[in-house]
Design a protein around this ligand. Structure first.
Ligand SMILES: [Zn+2]
Length: 98
């Protein structure tokens, strides 16, 4: 679970997912109310995944889309969502992705 870099408090799974759903990269710590950012490493991984998922979907249009590929994609997407708080890392500064 992500740990606040200011107060060291651990965020719960629910808090992390809730905060991740906003487009804002800033996330307020539920313990100390300090602003935390998604670390560079986490952002690199999530952007890689965000690139792979639509790519697979696109390839699926050219090939024959089957029910199984849709099911597999849903599984990957939900696994990603469920596991996200486990590998999310927080940072005190906003690291620009590039
Ligand atoms: Zn905190």
């Amino acid at each position: 679970m992500p740990k606040c870099q200011k107060c060291g408090g651990n965020w719960t799974w629910k808090q992390t997912v809730k905060k991740s759903f906003t487009l804002d990269t800033r996330m307020k710590c539920p313990h100390c109310s300090e602003i935390q950012f998604i670390s560079k490493r986490t952002r690199k991984w999530s952007s890689a995944l965000m690139f792979v998922i639509p790519l697979v979907l696109l390839l699926n249009i050219f090939w024959e889309p089957t029910l199984w590929t849709i099911v597999i994609m849903i599984c990957i997407a939900s696994t990603y969502l469920v596991s996200y708080p486990y590998w999310l890392e927080l940072s005190n500064e906003e690291n620009l992705p590039f």
